[in-house]
Design a protein. Structure first.
Length: 498
């Protein structure tokens, strides 16, 4: 009997030490791209017709839980809050109509002073900025756009308006009925320039530059081929240029899978697609933003966009875009759409439903705070679905994120992190996990802190960190389970400052 127990103990001990995969991460002192990550890198995008269901509507105050959820993402208490874009398809279906005249054909939403004052109430309490997307439906007159932006000037001014977009995804206008079939890039540029002239003529104090140009989305050949030259030509009025990215879609009855979302094409592939345009923008002295993005186009898909797997994707997606020097991005959502980061059961409710995507945004903010830079790493792994990113700041030290995106294995991977230089020999580890696994919609936590059950938007619980001491070689060794994220902090002086 004694011998059997001993054999069993040995078997258990042996099993604990066996890992399905290994990951070795060599950190360096070399920045990846010499670009500090903006404290407003990860922002939000909401429909013109849907944002008030998120924020609350003037004259009622903004939803306090929404304010708190935005403020949770501040990299430090004094940095700017997340940028909020107000646009989407409804931008070209909305007009400035404070007197409530009948809507013309194609227009389904009236923007009034109450809308603008509702935006202002949120951004004033979050130290945020907004992007306003205005209507480009009319091919021959900018009248609606001019009235809208004049309304902005007269109601809230431009102090917290970071950028103005003209139209939403005009590369699709020839196929969605806004323009005739055959609408092309050359015609678009002519119309865009007409709109810009009209705005600056009617509103002399409109800041210059303030335009976020392009707002393309969909790899339409004519538009994509003309894009690099277009970026260079708009120097006097263009502050930033924007391209939308959705790696999968749920449009016109199409369906996708979580397995597809976790493929490299959905993260690194998206960064590779925009990288040439990012370089064009930077070389022209401007910034490139992914002004609208999410997991699955056309509202998201249940069981893909609203589950923990989407947080695995989003974390890797954000780091990939930061790696190619994208300045910022805006995750689209709102109301009860499957892909939204924050939801409310009704427009009047102040009790939020915090979705998996929000956890990814929160982790990214923690990892990149204090204007962190990505650092070069040399990663050796037996599993291509395990992704590693590292950041550094002089004050906070190094932070390493290990994303285990392999949902078809059941054993953990062993991770060895080799610091760039020997420090105090102490690091701190937390895991982001979902109790129900990769398809869970709740039960998510980072270091035992969760947003499940929050009524105020504040996280619930206190961080529980595991102290990791360097081994005799000076390396930090730990494990990461499939469909989880490990977050390792290696502070400069051995003591956590945040």
């Amino acid at each position: 009997m004694k011998r059997s127990i001993l054999a069993l103990c040995c078997l258990v001990a042996f099993t604990v030490l066996v890992y399905a995969d290994t990951v070795r991460v060599q950190l360096s002192n070399t920045p990846l791209n010499h670009q500090k990550i903006s404290p407003t890198f990860a922002g939000f995008s909401f429909e013109v017709s849907g944002i008030l269901a998120m924020t609350g509507k003037h004259p009622n105050g903004p939803k306090s839980s929404f304010i708190k959820l935005i403020n949770n993402l501040h990299q430090t208490p004094h940095t700017a809050g997340s940028n909020i874009r107000i646009g989407g398809n409804s931008a070209d279906e909305s007009w400035w109509n404070p007197t409530h005249k009948p809507n013309p054909p194609g227009i389904h939403y009236s923007i009034t002073q109450d809308d603008l004052l509702s935006y202002e109430a949120v951004i004033s309490q979050t130290n945020s900025t907004i992007v306003i997307d205005t209507n480009m439906r009319n091919a021959t007159s900018a009248e609606w756009a001019v009235a809208h932006i004049k309304g902005v000037a007269d109601t809230i001014g431009f102090k917290r308006v970071a950028r103005i977009e003209i139209g939403n995804e005009p590369d699709l206008f020839g196929g969605n009925g806004i323009r005739p079939h055959g609408y092309n890039f050359k015609t678009y540029v002519s119309e865009f320039e007409m709109y810009v002239r009209a705005l600056y003529s009617a509103i002399p104090h409109l800041p210059k530059p303030i335009i976020q140009s392009a707002v393309f989305c969909c790899e339409v050949k004519d538009f994509d081929e003309g894009y690099p030259g277009y970026i260079k030509q708009q120097a006097d009025i263009e502050l930033t240029t924007s391209y939308h990215r959705y790696p999968t879609d749920h449009c016109n009855g199409h369906t996708t899978t979580l397995e597809l979302l976790l493929q490299d094409r959905a993260a690194a592939g998206q960064a590779g697609l925009v990288e040439p345009w990012v370089n064009d923008a930077i070389n022209a002295g401007r910034k490139f933003v992914v002004g609208e993005c999410n997991s699955v186009a056309c509202g998201g898909q249940l069981g893909v966009s609203d589950v923990f797997g989407a947080a695995l994707w989003a974390t890797d997606f954000m780091f990939n875009l930061a790696a190619v020097r994208v300045d910022s991005l805006n995750f689209h959502g709102g109301a009860g759409s499957p892909y939204t980061a924050i939801s409310y059961p009704s427009a009047s409710s102040n009790i939020p439903q915090v979705r998996p995507l929000y956890y990814a945004m929160w982790l990214f903010a923690l990892t990149t705070n204090d204007y962190a830079e990505l650092v070069k790493t040399e990663v050796t792994t037996s599993n291509k679905f395990i992704k590693v990113w590292a950041t550094r700041t002089p004050s906070l030290g190094e932070k390493v994120v290990v994303i285990h995106k392999d949902i078809n294995t059941h054993q953990s991977a062993e991770v060895t992190v080799v610091p760039a230089s020997r420090g105090s020999g102490v690091a701190y580890l937390m895991h982001m996990v979902a109790k129900g696994g990769v398809y869970a919609k709740d039960g998510i936590s980072l270091g035992s802190v969760t947003f499940d059950g929050t009524q105020s938007g504040a996280p619930i619980g206190r961080f529980v960190r595991q102290t990791i001491h360097a081994n005799s070689a000076g390396n930090f060794v730990f494990s990461v389970a499939p469909a989880t994220i490990a977050y390792l902090q290696i502070p400069t002086h051995g003591e956590l400052l945040n």
